[in-house]
Ligand binder design. Structure first.
Ligand code: APR
Length: 234
């Protein structure tokens, strides 16, 4: 059914979350028993408050994630989405992920809602560096300010341009496909609803139940995204 919908759709938009990258070896946040936030309180570690009040733990937490990211790469699921964009089956990808894997896999129209962990920038002078600064435990800018990953931290605004683009894409969608997100963080979890309100079919592929399952036209649980996309692509 889903491959039929994909072929019939004139404007398919995809929203991805951390579940899109677990098959690359990166942990997600809320998978029961193993997500990052099942061990740490995000507001205490992934926030501007932590950067100012708890800076050593902040630096070490994000250094570990940078090291993990730099060891990992995109998987077949990312590559299939990039192929579908070239075939005109997917128009855009709205992602909550900060790993850059959609772009690495060849997708071009990618909207990064939560920034990127491929770069860090100075909290004081905004100067940008590659994330190898964190890998090499260099946490201070030449100006003396603190370096932080160029991701959106809890308590920060999302990039305005990304929000506007994501809303426009969601309004245009006639098929909206969620891949690997618990849909528990706003405003990212509003885009499936915007699409639905504008007449789109909503499909959610996620190992565990999500907060928006009741609005979906099709829900696929307990399946790995990479395998499902491979089956549809046949
Ligand atoms: N196949 C299908 N689903 C998967 C897979 C997989 N291989 N791996 C994990 N999942 C599912 C999990 O069951 C989980 O429900 O992906 C979902 C990921 O949800 P979260 O861990 O909450 O990640 P996400 O929705 O992206 O979190 C949103 O929260 O902490 C912030 O900024 C962070 O962008 C993140 C945001």
């Amino acid at each position: 059914m889903l491959s039929q919908w994909l072929k019939e759709s004139n404007y398919t938009v995809v929203l991805t979350g951390a579940g899109m990258s677990t098959e690359s070896g990166l942990p997600d946040f809320r998978s029961s028993g193993k997500g990052l936030w099942t061990k740490k309180d995000p507001s205490q570690i992934a926030s501007t408050e932590a950067l100012n009040q708890n800076v050593e733990e902040f630096f070490q937490f994000y250094r570990q994630r940078v090291l993990g990211l730099n060891e990992a790469k995109y998987h077949q699921g990312h590559a299939i989405l990039a192929k579908w964009e070239k075939e005109g089956l997917v128009r855009s990808i709205i992602t909550q992920n900060i790993d850059g894997f959609h772009t690495d896999a060849g997708s071009e129209n990618v909207i990064e809602l939560h920034g990127t962990m491929k770069k860090v920038h100075c909290q004081s002078c905004d100067r940008e560096y590659g994330n190898e600064k964190y890998a090499n435990e260099q946490f201070i800018c030449e100006c003396g300010g603190k370096l932080r990953p160029s991701v959106v931290l809890f308590g920060e605004m999302l990039p305005e341009e990304a929000l506007v683009q994501a809303a426009e894409e969601s309004e245009k969608a006639d098929l909206f496909l969620v891949l690997g997100s618990s849909l528990s963080v706003t405003p990212a979890n509003q885009f499936p609803l915007i699409a639905k309100q504008n007449g789109a079919k909503l499909v959610i592929i996620n190992m565990e139940p999500t907060e928006l399952d009741l609005y979906a036209d099709l829900v696929i649980h307990d399946r790995k995204i990479g395998e499902v996309l491979k089956e549809i692509d046949r």
